[in-house]
Design a binder for this molecule. Structure first.
Ligand code: Z5A
Length: 215
């Protein structure tokens, strides 16, 4: 694995897809390869963003309307882009984010029915038009993901408490985005055992870094 200059990579997926598990392994492998990378997450990644995350995920705010949810996602993102991601990219670093704007198209768009042009407008101004260079979509059947997430310790957060049909719409929206932009997305079969998923992710990253390193 070699990489001479930085770029922006995101990891996306529905409930129980294994993003946290995969990102932990990717972090270890990049460190072993001596690749300087900054890891962040959404919603969150800054002081203000983490405070917004608490509001977004707290089941006490179960009555939060879809518009407020969308705006809070982008408020956290606006801060993250300007405080963390843009400066890191300008310094030539790799940035890996656990979710980014595709999650808003999937959850607030597909899941909540917020109009796509409205989200695209927010992407342009609140997220400063920033788009990832590469997005790995961890895709698996909703029932399998929910079973995995259900086996995890801890209470379900506000969004995790949604019904299965919500997560079906989220998955469909993610898959539609991946199909519409095959140059940026790589779909990983996350229904497979973890070693297999990690092999798929390694192959995608090796290929991407090789292309970037050779540029
Ligand atoms: N959200 C949104 O609505 N709009 C937005 O714009 C953004 C986010 C940015 C918090 O996100 C919520 O915010 C999220 C979307 C919404 N709501 N939901 N649902 P988050 O990314 O922080 O939270 P999360 O979705 O719960 O992600 P997570 O913590 O990374 O969980 P995960 O993807 O399910 O991954 P995991 O914890 O690594 O894996 C789940 C379990 O499965 C765990 O026990 C693993 O050991 C196991 N696992 C993982 N991989 C495998 C394989 N391959 N085989 C078997 N078992 C596995």
């Amino acid at each position: 694995m070699t990489a001479r200059r930085g770029g922006f990579i995101t990891l996306e997926g529905g409930e129980g897809a294994g993003k946290s598990t995969v990102l932990g392994k990717v972090r270890e492998r990049l460190a072993e390869a001596g690749i300087d990378a900054l890891f962040t997450r959404e919603p969150g990644g800054t002081g203000a963003g983490e405070a917004i995350r608490q509001v977004l995920l707290d089941p006490a705010y179960r009555g939060l309307c879809a518009e407020a949810e969308l705006l809070l996602m982008f408020a956290a993102r606006a801060q993250l882009v300007r405080e963390v991601i843009r400066p890191a990219l300008a310094a030539g670093r790799w940035v890996l984010s656990d979710r980014f704007t595709d999650a808003s198209f999937a959850y607030q768009g597909g899941g909540r029915g917020q109009p796509e042009p409205r989200i695209a407008d927010l992407e342009r101004w609140a997220a400063d038009g920033l788009r990832p260079d590469l997005t790995l979509l961890l895709d698996l059947p909703v029932a399998q993901g929910l079973a995995r997430a259900g086996a995890r310790a801890g209470a379900a957060d506000r969004i995790e408490q949604e019904r299965e049909d919500f997560f079906e719409r989220v998955r469909a929206a993610y898959r539609a985005r991946a199909a519409a932009d095959p140059g940026r997305f790589r779909v990983i079969d996350a229904s497979r055992p973890l070693t297999d998923v990690l092999d798929q992710v390694d192959a995608v990253l090796d290929d991407f870094f090789a292309q970037r390193g050779a540029a």
